[in-house]
Write a protein that binds this ligand. Structure first.
Ligand code: NAP
Length: 483
């Protein structure tokens, strides 16, 4: 079967692309979704306490503001429902092929189209939009003895809701954005929570509050009210990017985080364990009002000794202590810089993205890749944000794809592919900007940095600058293949 445009993934990015394509008059597209429902990360991450740590006003499509958010930070269930509603409202659900996994997508130079092998048959497409998302392949560390564990063990993004936690001993491994939401949510019911921390995180107060009924009424009925609220939240949030680019400024935010720790934790020994020794922002800055208070409760232990092995009923640390556990929760993150999908997409020379990248993803404007005609990566290399909503980045990229499709139509092009020298220039400028950011100089190790020591994950600038840059397709940077 043939389609003009194939989209991989029905999460925020894939749905956004489909909706904007439809509104621009493109009807010939298909979305391949390996799961049985849409929603991507907001479908998969259903752990207790899961919510967005980016303000709800900026965590929606700009063309579909949501007056129904219940809070200044939306819970997972609401975001997932919002995505399902958007798919219905904009009529893109019928374009989704559920239960269809893309096994391989290879560029056929003779035909100038993508050959796509899925778990449900072969397709061809002129244009491929890869929107699989960076946070979908869970990492579970290979701890010695893990296979001998007699209790239940699962990853935060694969939460087993059938497992009872009340009164039981739960080991939580990791202290990233996921784990710090899980711990306060399970602490009240659990018998004991043992939190295994490798590196403490910087945690600032979230200052969450419910959105009042009158606010929701106003967003619904006063034209422009929610747009204005969004604009204010956007610029307040956007302004913080400066500290990521000029790390000395992080001092001020660090002071607020230290105050937050002092407020939440009175015990000096626990405080010392929770005090980071690197510059704030080097890893994701976490926002929580209930993490520190939860750690201060009697049924919670924070263990900083490294994990040595797992035994049938315990996690054992290197100092030899056995920490009894009935359940292990892995809040240990995702494969990001070596995404499995990159092994499945093959370019003009038959080599995969992974083979081209050799552990260090590089793209032109985070979206297109030399050697891969008519391929657009949503949330590709260097499109992550530490300070604002990635939905803004997704929408900037979608505008670029639409502009590219317009250009192709106008000029009668079969294919466009960034020139290697344009990509190399873009990446060199990006690396230069990155060198002085907090991600490179902050003195931590993080998954933002790839195996070769490059930041291939975060955008070293404002979301505004990115959006301006991607507003229009720039044919001069591209090789064009005519019909
Ligand atoms: P993460 O940020 O990668 O955190 C993983 C945690 O596991 C870290 O604390 C890490 O310690 C620890 N860890 C990894 N391997 C370990 C091992 N072998 N032994 C002990 N500890 C180990 O993962 P995440 O918390 O799932 O978050 C991933 C990303 O998802 C976030 O950065 C964010 O972009 C997104 N997220 C967003 C929200 C939201 O509200 N918007 C919520 C959750 C997640 P080290 O620090 O020492 O490496």
């Amino acid at each position: 079967m043939h389609t003009r445009i194939a989209i991989i993934g029905a999460g925020f990015a894939g749905l956004g692309a489909a909706i904007r394509l439809r509104r621009r008059g493109h009807d010939d597209f298909v979305i391949f979704e390996r799961a049985g429902e849409l929603g991507g990360t907001w479908r998969d991450n259903a752990y207790p306490g899961c919510a967005c740590d980016v303000p709800s006003q900026v965590y929606s499509f700009s063309f579909a503001l949501n007056p129904a958010w219940s809070s200044t930070y939306s819970p997972q269930a609401e975001i997932w429902a919002y995505l399902r509603e958007c798919a219905e409202r904009f009529g893109v659900r019928p374009a989704i092929r559920f239960g269809t996994e893309v096994r391989q997508a290879a560029w056929d130079a003779a035909e100038a189209r993508w050959r796509i092998a899925t778990s449900r048959g072969e397709w061809t497409a002129d244009v491929l939009i890869a929107a699989g998302g960076p946070l979908n392949e869970p990492v579970i560390p290979k701890l010695p003895g893990l296979e001998t564990f007699r209790g239940e063990a699962f990853h935060s993004s694969r939460w087993d809701h059938g497992v009872r936690l009340a009164g039981r001993r739960v080991a939580v491994i990791g202290t990233g954005a996921s784990a710090i939401q899980i711990v306060p949510a399970i602490q009240p019911a659990a018998g004991r929570v043992t939190l295994f921390q490798r590196t403490p995180a910087w945690v600032v107060a979230r200052g969450e509050r419910p959105l009042r009924a009158w606010e929701r009424r106003m967003y619904r009925s006063v034209p422009g009210a929610q747009r204005l609220a969004r604009t204010l939240v956007y610029w307040r949030t956007e302004a913080t990017v400066i500290a990521f680019l000029r790390p000395a400024l992080m001092r001020f935010a660090q002071r607020a985080a230290v105050r937050n720790l002092r407020r939440g934790v009175k015990d000096p020994a626990l405080r010392a364990k929770l005090s980071p020794q690197y510059r704030m922002g080097c890893k994701r800055i976490l926002k929580s009002d209930d993490y520190y208070p939860a750690l201060a409760r009697d049924n919670v232990d924070v263990v900083t000794d490294p994990i040595a092995e797992i035994r049938p009923h315990a996690v054992v640390t290197r100092d030899g202590t056995e920490h009894p556990a009935d359940v292990i929760v892995f809040g240990t993150g995702f494969r990001v810089t070596d995404l499995p999908i990159t092994e499945r997409i093959r370019g003009r020379d038959g080599r995969s993205l992974a083979e081209h990248w050799q552990g260090s993803p590089k793209a032109y404007r985070g979206t297109t890749v030399a050697g891969f005609p008519n391929l657009f990566l949503l949330l590709g290399p260097n499109t992550g944000l530490g300070h604002n909503s990635v939905v803004l980045m997704i929408e900037a990229q979608i505008a670029y794809v639409l502009s590219a499709l317009d250009t192709m139509r106008r000029k009668g092009l079969r294919a466009v592919e960034p020139r290697p020298e344009a990509q190399a220039r873009f990446v060199a400028a990006l690396d230069k900007r990155t060198a002085t950011t907090v991600w490179m100089t902050g003195g931590c190790s993080s998954w933002y940095i790839d195996a070769t020591g490059r930041n291939s994950t975060m955008w070293p600038g404002s979301s505004w600058a990115y959006r301006l840059r991607l507003r229009r397709f720039d044919p001069a940077a591209y090789r064009e293949v005519t019909a």
